[in-house]
Design a protein around this ligand. Structure first.
Ligand SMILES: [Zn+2]
Length: 214
């Protein structure tokens, strides 16, 4: 069997499907045509395909010396929801458009492919605890998880609460909706993250951060 496909061959297949101005046609029979897709498609155009980059760019904190984890965690840091000696959970106090959006990071410098076994073993139970606590929130219908890691090199797993009973926000287009939703006030963010932080303290010890406490 041949080796796995090269980036050039993958890109060439996309290029072969381009129409005018190097644009792909909108897949109207797929998600852009579903009710969960946030935009009307009558005037929708896909951006022209950019060239294949020469390399993957370096990310923030690629070198552990320059990563945030080179300094001890400040227990009073804005946005800190919970921490113990191995992990921290953070949020954005300016709010997202969702009832809750938090991210979990090990204090050990690693990304998902480079997690030491002990960190990996700790991650599974934490994912279960955070997911359960997020889904317990009355304004959350379902938890969504994401690991992108295109900007920051240090592992950060996102947990996002899909608003309860707003079925149009289901699935992966939720983030496109999110960008357009009004920001959730800081005081509401605090009320929503607190039970998640308390569930983590109950299960793993550690302490509530200012975002869950004040
Ligand atoms: Zn780091």
């Amino acid at each position: 069997m041949d080796a796995p496909e090269s980036p050039e061959d993958y890109y060439a297949r996309i290029e072969a499907a381009l129409g005018d101005e190097r644009r792909l046609p909108v897949a109207v029979e797929e998600m852009p045509g579903w009710d969960i897709y946030p935009y009307e498609i009558d005037f929708l155009k896909i951006k022209p395909l950019a060239p294949l980059a020469d390399t993957e760019p370096a990310r923030r904190g690629e070198d552990p010396e320059t990563c945030w984890c080179a300094e001890p965690v400040d227990p009073e840091a804005d946005g800190l929801v919970w921490s113990n000696d191995e992990w921290k959970l953070s949020t954005d106090l300016d709010g997202s458009g969702l009832p809750i959006m938090v991210w979990l990071s090990p204090l050990t410098h690693c990304d998902l492919p480079t997690m030491p076994p002990a960190v990996a073993a700790g991650l599974g139970p934490l994912i279960a605890t955070v997911s359960a606590a997020v889904e317990e929130l009355p304004s959350v219908g379902r938890v969504q998880l994401a690991k992108y890691g295109d900007g920051g090199a240090h592992l950060h797993m996102l947990f996002m609460g899909r608003p309860a009973r707003i079925l149009q926000f289901r699935g992966s287009p939720m983030l496109d909706w999110e960008e357009n939703l009004p920001r959730v006030p800081a005081e509401v963010v605090a009320r929503n993250v607190r039970p998640v932080a308390e569930a983590l303290v109950a299960a793993y010890g550690g302490r509530l951060g200012p975002a869950a406490r004040d």
